[in-house]
Design a protein around this ligand. Structure first.
Ligand code: CS2
Ligand code: MN
Length: 357
């Protein structure tokens, strides 16, 4: 298991690379060019800038999260070909600087969705929260407004330029069914995976978060069956999964450890985190510790260990603790605690294996 942490860039993240480097066992940063709009080709000079910054701190840039997929590709519009062309050019450039994994998602309009970014917890920390009823009653525009007002940062997936056209986008998705989305995903993969393969980059789709439809938009990467179907669209090791325990874990029917065992050779990248589910369908993001939430993080790490996982992993969202002012879900402190929890489990499993127990 190669440990990484997400980093949003020098001018876009309060956590400096110096601090990431001090987290035990972290070898690389998971990065992106957050100021390049979805659909544009990534400029090489900007890619190299990130590489130099990471090199200077002895961190690798093997994993990119995300190269975002333009809506026209998800919608299957005739204009998609030009955006796929740009995507391919970006893959080739990333291959040149040694990138090994590209994480992306295929969620219409929104990336992850939460109703509260700083929900107060009993212990004084705050965390990302999803309230089912609130989402039912809220106008998507209102949610976008709240999210942007509550965040001093541009949030991936919630970029104001893109969301300014929200009403228009919703209109375009009006007649797009789940089956259409599957077809459009297949079209995209058939063009992109051969190029990724040539450049030795594994593509890893991120599951939908939460793993169900929001605002009536179709969502298709939500459970074990859909992941099985996904892997067959292009049955190649370069067509893989970013297995996110938190996204999938919001649905109590999803057994993430079982998915690790089942899809082991198709998981280049693991997102590992916990959350606490309520009967209402609401959930709050907790510490990574198994006992604090509803996801059996211990069992998930054990499954990765059992299958001899050699891919990349990162802690996912953390709470906001110790007064840290940070991006929602992406402070240093709780994610660093998460890293240590994951290593704690992993290292003890290693020791047991060495002893033959
Ligand atoms: C991430 C996603 O922060 C998060 O919730 O797990 O935003 C993820 O980066 C994207 O869905 C991948 O494209
Ligand atoms: Mn994730």
């Amino acid at each position: 298991m190669k440990m990484t942490m997400r980093w949003f860039g020098e001018d876009n993240d309060r956590v400096p690379l110096e601090h990431i480097k001090q987290v035990p066992g972290v070898e690389g940063v998971v990065w992106s060019l957050h100021d390049v709009p979805a659909g544009d080709e990534w400029p090489m000079d900007k890619i190299l800038e990130v590489k130099e910054q990471a090199d200077r701190h002895g961190l690798n840039i093997d994993v990119v999260e995300s190269v975002n997929v333009h809506e026209d590709i998800k919608l299957g519009l005739p204009t998609r070909d030009q955006y796929i062309e740009n995507y391919i050019k970006t893959i080739k450039k990333l291959g040149k600087v040694g990138v090994k994994v590209i994480c992306y998602n295929f969620m219409p309009v929104f990336d992850w969705t939460r109703t509260d970014l700083f929900k107060e917890m009993e212990d004084g920390s705050t965390a990302l929260f999803f309230e089912n009823d609130k989402l039912k009653d809220i106008d998507p525009m209102e949610l976008v407004d709240t999210i942007s007002k509550n965040s001093a940062y541009t949030m991936p997936g919630w970029e104001p330029e893109r969301l300014a056209h929200l009403a228009n986008l919703f209109e375009k998705y009006k007649n797009v069914t789940e089956e259409d989305l599957w077809e459009n995903l297949q079209y995209f993969l058939e063009k992109v995976i051969p190029v990724a393969k040539e450049n030795d980059i594994k593509m890893g789709i991120h599951p939908d978060d939460p793993p169900w439809s929001v605002f009536g938009l179709p969502r298709i990467i939500t459970n074990k069956q859909s992941l099985e179907r996904f892997l067959k669209l292009v049955d190649d090791p370069y067509n893989g999964i970013t297995l996110c325990s938190g996204s999938l874990g919001a649905n109590p029917e999803n057994d993430v450890a079982e998915m690790v065992r089942e899809f082991a050779d198709r998981i280049p990248f693991a997102h590992i985190r916990n959350l606490k589910r309520y009967e209402t369908g609401d959930f709050i993001e907790t510490s990574h510790r198994t006992q604090d939430g509803s996801v059996d993080v211990y069992e998930i790490v054990k499954a990765y260990h059992e299958v001899g996982f050699t891919g990349y992993a990162r802690p996912d969202h953390g709470r906001h603790i110790w007064g840290e002012e940070c991006r929602p879900g992406y402070g240093l402190y709780d994610r660093a605690l998460g890293v240590m929890y994951l290593w704690g489990i992993w290292d003890s499993l290693e020791r047991l294996k060495e002893k033959g127990e």
